[in-house]
Design a binder for this molecule. Structure first.
Ligand SMILES: Cc1cc2nc3c(=O)[nH]c(=O)nc-3n(C[C@H](O)[C@H](O)[C@H](O)COP(=O)(O)O)c2cc1C
Length: 180
């Protein structure tokens, strides 16, 4: 099975997770894996299965580049076994004033972009490294922590919920479902 992993990233954690998925998939016999940033995506015709991942960024959204890739390749993707993942800090989500936001909701919105539903999807834990942030992102996150979370903070707190075991389990399950 030829598997293509397409991702985009702002600060690098989704690239690292894509690499972990590839590492696990390469452990299966007769699997070849190609990992590509969405801006360098190869022709889908050469692959049997495609895994697509995006971080959740500004306003609870997956990246526009990933939305564009799915729209542009809608027909080709309908013929493949497709897996999706989103990388986020809010992996569980919560209910706010009549609306569920976060976690599984991110995945539902992503899955709805496809003509044929993906065979497997998961929300995977991400990372926030304050020294890496652009000024604009730092301001917007500080605003979020102060206004929404009610925290009195001078700096965005470091957060990491990246979990290689969780990522490897995701990869192994995708492989199993893709072989059904
Ligand atoms: C400006 C900004 C906004 C973010 N907004 C959300 C969000 O709405 N929900 C969430 O769960 N995580 C949010 N995150 C966390 C990212 O999803 C997380 O840091 C992820 O690992 C980033 O992926 P990357 O390193 O591949 O860019 C945000 C991060 C930044 C920097």
């Amino acid at each position: 099975m030829r598997i293509l992993i397409i991702y985009d990233t702002v600060y690098g954690s989704t690239a690292q997770i894509a690499g972990w998925i590839a590492e696990r998939l390469e452990g299966f016999a007769e699997v070849t894996v190609t990992v590509a940033k969405v801006s360098e995506a190869p022709n889908l015709a050469d692959y049997d299965a495609v895994i697509i991942g995006s971080p959740i960024y500004r306003s609870d959204q997956i990246l526009e580049s990933i939305k564009g890739f799915v729209a542009k390749n809608k027909e080709a993707l309908a013929e493949k076994k497709v897996g999706i993942f989103v990388v986020a800090l809010d992996t569980g989500g919560a209910y706010y004033f009549g609306r569920f936001i976060g976690g599984p909701e991110y995945l539902k919105e992503f899955a709805a972009l496809f003509a044929q539903p993906p065979i497997y999807g998961k929300v995977l834990g991400g990372e926030l490294v304050p020294p890496k942030l652009s000024d604009e992102d730092r301001e917007s996150l500080l605003n979020f922590y102060r206004r929404v979370k009610g925290m009195e903070v001078d700096e965005v707190p470091y957060r990491c919920s990246m979990d290689k075991l969780e990522v490897w389990e995701y990869a192994a399950r995708f492989y199993r479902y893709a072989n059904r």
